[in-house]
Every structure is written in C-alpha cells, then in structure tokens.
Design a protein around this ligand. Structure first.
Ligand code: G6P
Ligand code: MN
Length: 445
C-alpha cells in the first residue's frame, strides 16, 4: 500500500508517520512518498521520520521527491496537507484582516477567505492530476480551509476525496470523557461545515447523555468548550459548538485579542518553525527531540488568545495530543481493509443536511467502509445554525467561483457576504490588501 503525502516537508508529517508505525496488520501502508516543493523541508522531515522508524522493524519505507506527477503515480492513498504561501502567507492573511478590524484567522472569516482564494487553484490542479495519474487513489484532504478545499477537489474527484479535521473528534472525546462514557462506544450527533458545527447529542446504547451534561453546571464548566463559551451560553444553545464558533459568538473580543497579541498565530508559527527547520540543517541535531519540543509548544499555545479572553486557563493535558493522524489512519484502515467504522468527515452532503444541495461538502458523521464514506442521516439544525451554515456555504461558493473565473468581483462578493465582514467597503479594501501581499492572488482580475 503506497501513501503519498503532499506537503511532505510539513511540520505535522511525523504525526502521520507515527500513526502508521503503530499499524502492523496485513494491508497496512508499506511505502510512504513525501512530496514538497522545498527540498530542504523534505530533508528535515525525512530526518525526523528516520529516527521514528529506527526502533520499528516493519516501518514503512520513506522516499522524497519534488516531482508531483512522480509522487502521485501508483498511489493508493494521497494525503494533501499543503500550505500555499507558507506560514508567511498565513501571517499576512491575519495581518491584513486585523488592520481592517475584522477577524484574521487561518480558516474563519476574512483570513480564511484569503487562504481559500490562494489554495483552491492549487488544490484543483492537484485533483486533476490525481484523476489522470492515480484514478483509483483515495485522497484525504487536510489542507485548510478543509471543507472548502475538499469541495473544490470533489468537483474533479467526486467522493474519492474526503476531508478530515480533528476538532469534532476532540470535541466528542472531551464530552464523552466528562460524561464518563467510552468515546468509542458513543455516537456523536454532530453536523455543520468544517470549523462550523454543533454537537446536539451523544448517544450511548441508544440513550442521549447530552441533557445530563447540560443540566450539570460543574460538569459543563469543566472542559475546554465549557470554559470557552461559558455554561450559560451552552445552555442557551442547547448544544456544544465546535471551538471555532468562538470566533462568531465572541467576535468582538477575539478580534481585539488578536489585534493586541504580540504576534499573531501565523507569525508565531512562522518564527517557531523557521527555527526548527534551521536546526535541522545541523548534521548533529537530534531531529526527533527538536521536533517533539516544537510540537509540544505549538499544542500548548493553540487558541491561546481565545482562552485568555474567556479566562479559560491552560489546555487540559489530555487535549494536547492532537488526533488528526488517528482520524487519518482510521479512515485508511476502514477503506483499505473494510474495517467498518463511524467517523466525522467532510464529504458531499447527499441529502444529509437538506437545506444544502447534494454536492455541498459538509462535516457529518459517516459510515466508512471499502466503498468510501457515506454520510448518515442527521436531524436538521436549528434556524440560527442553519443561517450561519448557509451564509458561509454561500461565501465558499463565491470563493470557488472567483478561483474558477479569476473574477475580482466574485472575490469582493465572497468577503462582503461573510457574516464576520461588516461592510462592502471593508471587503473591497481586503481584496486590495490581499492582492498586494499575495503573489498567489495575481490571477484575480
Ligand atoms: C486544529 C484545527 C486544524 C488546525 C490545527 C492547528 O486541529 O482543526 O484545522 O490545522 O488545529 O492549528 P495551529 O494554529 O497550531 O496551526
Ligand atoms: Mn481543522
């Protein structure tokens, strides 16, 4: 089984490889091909993987290439985890928006639109190449904004592209934990778009345990989302939102906190990772130790400003281990070995959320088997959530239209229609600002 990782020089690749190393069963991935545009980054990550593999007898082989077509040929699975414009691009996405007084964040609001506008044309090119060179491959998309990018790729790959994110899994795990339930035995009733979804129930043996959580202030206030959103607001909603909804429900506070931060998240990670990749150039560097130290610092500071505005304190130790690599591995095992399971994934709607058309990519629990991921039927969202989901899907569709046509007017429309952008004039200035700093937006005319 051959797995090709696009963005193979990326910082989180060792997480994926670490997950592969735990799999010793028949039908596992035996060959990993890393693709990246940057040879130096490939070399750095390959060093970490070599140290990870040194104690594992059946470790998958690792090769690296900067030739995309060569990387794709013969792949059974393709992971796409690219970052168009790098972390410098992410820092610019944040800076331009915050200067206009609106949210600058990797996936939400103006920053997410700018990132999407840059990324969609590249993702579409990759999808076309996969369709031509590895038509039977399954594509697992981690590239943010994950829902939008998955939808762009699905127009060329159909249901062979599946988007993943660890935030719903982490949320489900936290809720199960405080309820004393086994996450593996619980069904998480969650639906929405990527980074825009709500848990409406958690069923164990057919019984919904969420009302018990909502009724108990101590339990409700004891985990990440309880601290972030506050017990009263969660009760008012009657659901537990994905942590990224903090940017919507507490927009004014998060924008101000991001404006006042010494460094934005993108700028922090840009500098932190530059140090890591620099260190990897030293022949005597302890690669795995340096990587793990950098990873731990990244995890500990995740959404730090949001937690600060909410007075939420530090992250729970149990939340620091990420988890997206586990979702990826579970997904591959289910498809390659028909190990049926239920995972929350980004797939085409196919009627699961009836307010959206069947091609709209949504985030929803799916039954996964050798035939792919099939969304399960879910209860409709309440009106306030439906409103947000439809508004943001409308924005995503404008981004896709702008990327396909190169229309600047469509790009302006995408920003202007976003619920977190408060004036058409702001949207116009955002397009000016972003096209001035991002070479990847030169296609907008
Ligand atoms: C969460 C999100 C991902 C995001 C990751 C890292 O897991 O679901 O989409 O890529 O956090 O965030 P960071 O700010 O550390 O890059
Ligand atoms: Mn995510």
């Amino acid at each position: 089984m051959k797995l090709t990782i696009l963005g193979g020089g990326g910082f989180r690749v060792p997480l994926v490889y670490g997950a592969l190393l735990t799999d010793h069963a028949e039908g596992r991935v035996t060959e990993v091909v890393l693709h990246d545009l940057d040879d130096g980054r490939l070399h750095a990550v390959a060093r970490v993987l070599a140290e990870q593999a040194s104690t594992v007898a059946d470790a998958p082989t690792v090769t690296a290439t900067t030739d995309l077509d060569e990387a794709l040929r013969g792949a059974d699975f393709v992971f796409s985890a690219i970052r168009v414009g790098g972390l410098e691009g992410r820092a610019n996405d944040e800076r331009v928006a915050l200067a206009e007084g609106v949210l600058g964040q990797e996936t939400v609001g103006a920053g997410g639109i700018a990132y999407g506008l840059r990324t969609v044309p590249v993702a579409v090119d990759i999808a076309r190449r996969v369709a031509r060179l590895a038509p039977d491959a399954w594509v697992i998309n981690f590239t943010n904004p994950a829902g939008l990018v998955t939808e762009a790729m699905s127009r060329h790959l159909g249901d062979r592209v599946i988007g993943i994110c660890d935030s719903p899994v982490g949320l489900g795990r936290r809720i199960a934990r405080v309820l004393g339930a086994n996450p593996r035995e619980a069904f998480i009733d969650y639906v929405g778009l990527n980074h825009l979804g709500w848990v409406r129930g958690l069923r164990v043996a057919g019984r919904d345990e969420l009302p018990r959580l909502l009724a108990d202030s101590d339990l409700l206030g004891s985990f990440e989302e309880g601290k972030l959103f506050g017990v009263d607001w969660l009760r008012s909603l009657g659901a537990i939102p994905n942590e990224y909804l903090h940017y919507y429900y507490f927009n004014r506070e998060t924008v101000r906190a991001y404006q006042q931060a010494e460094k934005t998240r993108g700028a922090f990670l840009r500098d932190q990772q530059a140090r890591f990749y620099e260190e990897m150039r030293r022949p005597d560097a302890a690669a795995l130790t340096a990587w793990d130290r950098t990873r731990a610092e990244r995890e500990a500071t995740y959404m730090a400003e949001n937690r600060e505005t909410a007075g939420a304190g530090d992250r729970d130790a149990d939340d620091l281990s990420g988890g997206y690599e586990k979702v990826a591995l579970a997904l591959m095992r289910a498809i390659a070995r028909d190990e049926r399971t239920t995972l929350i994934l980004n797939v085409r709607n196919q009627g699961a959320l009836s307010v959206l058309d069947s091609d709209a990519v949504i985030e929803v629990p799916c039954l996964v088997d050798a035939n792919g991921a099939h969304p399960v039927a879910v209860a409709p969202l309440p009106e306030h959530a439906t409103g947000l989901v439809c508004a943001v899907k409308g924005v995503e569709r404008e981004v896709l239209a702008a990327a396909a046509s190169g229309s600047r007017a469509s790009a302006v429309k995408a920003f202007a229609l976003h619920p977190l952008v408060d004036s058409v004039n702001v949207a116009r200035r955002l397009v000016e600002g972003y096209t001035a700093v991002h070479p990847g937006l030169a296609y907008l005319r």
